[in-house]
Design a protein around this ligand. Structure first.
Ligand SMILES: Cc1ncc(C[n+]2csc(CCOP(=O)(O)OP(=O)(O)O)c2C)c(N)n1
Length: 296
């Protein structure tokens, strides 16, 4: 083992403090945004989990909530709108040694990223997906999202969109996610526990967080009076879990579903060198490979 590897191995086994997961950069979020509670919970959860920041990668798309990776000391990839899960799944399958966590908003994950969401659940890739659901597109000034209530009246959608919101928990269970839980940004300790369990449970874990947008949806401040711990123990059968989720008003917190499907296997170790792979994609000039020139 070289010197750096020895340091890392030692680091992997020491107690971590939540503040070690903070980058020190001050979030640009509005004062009172629920996402402050989510990052506090994530830092506490990661400290409890015990892997050092350099072994954790946070992958996000675009949105206020998707800025989260920059506020942590973990590796981060703040990518393209709706594509966090595609990047995160690829990373986890090729680097199973890393703790991979995708984060973002309901617009990012359930609108433009909806297809990736379904297939990440279906593939059951071993990672955590933390969705900060404020039922609105915060960053782009308040458009309705797939989880917005049909009658939410706003300047951009007068009288409401009139569409039934979809239920992310139901969708995740139907598509094959192995762990489904709901947390609240106003309960960072409870959320931290859900995050730890979601990380540790093999397979795809969805932790949906009710995280109010105080700027475009100030009425969501009332959520703190509406949330409560789920009265039903977590279901282990997808049919029972679906029935439970459908009967719920969307404010029950805790683990809703714990499955036992084996996670997607890691990708085989590539045998080709990077230069050889690059060569296959080179178009013309000196980089053109024999293989490409031979294509009829
Ligand atoms: C391809 C593409 N389409 C649209 C946008 C504009 N856009 C940026 S963030 C966003 C929605 C973000 O909403 P959400 O994911 O709910 O996050 P929040 O800001 O509420 O945390 C949209 C539509 C974009 N950046 N890229």
């Amino acid at each position: 083992m070289n010197d750096m590897a020895t340091v890392f191995a030692r680091e992997s086994h020491r107690m971590m403090a939540a503040k070690e997961f903070s980058s020190g950069a001050h979030p640009v979020w509005c004062a009172g945004c629920g996402d402050y509670g989510v990052i506090a919970a994530l830092e506490r959860g990661l400290a409890k989990h015990g892997r050092p920041p350099h072994e954790v990668v946070l992958v996000s798309g675009i949105g206020c909530s998707s800025r989260l990776p920059a506020y942590t000391s973990c590796y981060g990839f703040h990518g393209v709108h709706g594509r966090a899960l595609a990047v995160a799944a690829g990373l986890k399958l090729t680097r199973p040694d890393l703790e991979v966590i995708a984060v973002g908003g309901d617009g990012d994950g359930y609108s433009i990223g909806g297809n990736h969401f379904i297939h990440a659940c279906r593939r059951n890739v071993d990672m955590l997906y933390l969705v900060m659901d404020n039922r609105v597109y915060g960053m782009t000034k308040g458009q309705p999202s797939p989880t917005t209530e049909p009658d939410w009246d706003s300047r951009i959608a007068p009288g409401g969109v009139g569409l039934r919101p979809f239920n992310p928990m139901q969708l995740a269970i139907a598509a094959g996610a192995n762990f489904v839980a709901r947390g609240f940004s106003g309960d960072p300790d409870g959320l931290a526990d859900l995050i730890v369990e979601g990380i540790r449970r093999p397979g795809f874990a969805l932790v949906e967080v009710l995280s109010p947008c105080i700027t475009y949806r100030p009425e969501q401040m009332a959520w703190k009076k509406m949330v409560r711990q789920s009265a039903t123990p977590p279901a282990t059968d997808p049919v029972a879990a679906t029935a439970m989720v459908l009967a719920d008003d969307g404010f029950s917190l805790g683990v809703l579903y714990r499955g036992d499907c084996p996670p997607a296997p890691a990708a085989p170790t590539p045998t080709a060198t990077l230069a050889a792979i690059e060569g296959q994609f080179a178009l013309g000039g000196l980089g053109q490979t024999r293989a490409i020139r031979e294509i009829p």
